[in-house]
Design a protein around this ligand. Structure first.
Ligand SMILES: Cc1cc2nc3c(=O)[nH]c(=O)nc-3n(C[C@H](O)[C@H](O)[C@H](O)COP(=O)(O)OP(=O)(O)OC[C@H]3O[C@@H](n4cnc5c(N)ncnc54)[C@H](O)[C@@H]3O)c2cc1C
Length: 382
């Protein structure tokens, strides 16, 4: 039987559930379809996030959802040089991402949204006044369809294969996130270690054109570990989509490319996108004026576009580096002054902070190591 809603959402994860909670809070009727039978499962995300960012957009994690607090980050160059940054002022935590999604589902339901797990959206048909959404053998009608399906529909070209293990071991520190750069083993990305309490860590690698599980097993050679869980999930690093609204389709979260191109972190930026999208989508429904939706993208971009562009430019430089370049950059740049400047920087705006901390003298040093058009553009615009 047909059911009619203001919004039907595909995807019951961070973006879809926050959209649902926010729209329902404003009195809209909302149905969320999540293809998996349990919200939050299977868990792919590592849950590294700044509490400040989530608080700002109204979705701080419940206490029981936080697994660990992060005191510092250490970046390793290919030859073993280290660059450390204190994170104690930044309120960076590791979330139980499955539990966080359940918290968001509870928030959506308690505001009146209908969240239906175990139902995949198979197709949609857009008409002049609304969208027919076919899912689980039934059709639901909506004034607007919200695509929150994540990497399944993120902009083309930015997907990088990744693999991760949750494991137990003694070779990492409980409150220190570590990043390992090696442009041959992990081209275009890196290996990471995110401790989540006691002797446990989420350890992963991503890179273009690699077999990520083989690379991850290579990384763990000499680091004795008991593997608790294996996850294969691509990351998205291609930057925001050119348009977040297409007719009666609204893209939120990773579908809209609302993910950091340097680290593939997307929890906070996707939650922000969902909050903003719901505000303008509800205004469009209440005033029966679809044009109001055109305010959503500029609002998100006003907060994040500059940072996303800086991240994409840093990626452009990083993708061209050899291991020798990375080591030379560490030798030239990893100074106590830079450590000091970055230790107080905003976790969610690290590219802008890095460019600001380097300044023209630092960028000139980068240009000496890497003579590329991308570095010249950083010097001109940075
Ligand atoms: C390995 C890995 C580690 C990560 N670590 C971090 C991190 O530490 N910090 C951070 O900030 N970000 C991290 N991210 C990114 C973060 O997980 C995403 O950016 C964030 O979850 C985006 O939320 P979303 O709701 O847009 O998409 P997703 O979380 O991808 O959710 C999409 C949902 O849509 C559902 N779906 C898909 N198709 C359909 C369909 N047709 N019908 C119904 N449902 C459908 C999926 O099952 C899924 O539940 C990581 C990602 C990966 C892959």
């Amino acid at each position: 039987m047909d059911r009619a809603y203001d919004f039907v959402v595909a995807g019951g994860s961070a973006a879809g559930l926050v959209f649902a909670a926010e729209a329902a809070k404003r009195g809209a009727t909302v149905l969320v379809f999540e293809e998996h039978s349990e919200i939050g499962e299977p868990e792919k995300c590592d849950g590294l996030v700044s509490l400040r960012g989530l608080r700002k957009f109204g979705y701080p994690p419940d206490k029981g959802v936080i697994q660990n607090g992060i005191a510092s980050a250490v970046v390793h160059s290919p030859s073993g040089r280290l660059f450390g940054i204190s994170a104690s002022a930044l309120e960076v935590v590791v979330l139980d991402r499955s539990a966080f999604d359940k918290q968001l589902a509870e928030s959506a339901r308690s505001n009146g949204a209908d969240v239906q797990a175990g139902t995949r959206v198979a197709s949609t048909v857009e008409g002049p006044d609304g969208v027919e959404v076919n899912a689980g053998g039934t059709t639901a009608r909506a004034k607007y369809f919200v695509d929150a399906t994540g990497p399944a529909s993120s902009p083309p070209g930015g997907i990088v294969p990744a693999a991760k293990y949750e494991l137990e071991g003694d070779w990492f520190k409980e409150h220190v996130v570590e990043v390992f750069m090696d442009t041959e083993r992990y081209p275009g990305f890196f290996a990471w270690v995110i401790p989540y309490g006691g002797r446990k860590a989420k350890v992963g690698v991503a890179g273009t054109g690699i077999n990520p599980f083989r690379a991850l097993d290579g990384f763990l050679e000499g680091r004795p570990s008991r593997i608790l869980r294996r996850v294969s999930a691509p990351i998205y690093v291609g930057g925001p989509a050119p348009s977040f609204v297409r007719g009666r389709r609204i893209l939120v979260g990773e579908s809209a490319g609302q993910v950091k191109p340097t680290t593939a972190g997307g929890i906070m930026t996707s939650v922000a996108g969902a909050v903003m999208a719901a505000k303008w989508a509800c205004a469009a429904v209440q005033k029966d004026d679809p044009h109001l939706l055109s305010n959503y993208q500029p609002e998100w971009e006003a907060s994040f576009l500059k940072e996303m562009k800086n991240m994409l430019r840093l990626r452009g430089v990083f993708e061209k580096l050899t291991n020798a370049d990375v080591d030379a950059l560490f030798a030239a740049l990893a100074t106590p002054r830079l450590t000091r400047k970055l230790s107080g920087a905003d976790f969610d705006f690290h590219a802008t902070a890095l460019l600001g901390a380097l300044g023209v003298p630092g960028l000139l040093r980068v240009a000496k190591v890497v003579a590329s058009a991308e570095v010249r553009s950083l010097l001109v615009d940075g």
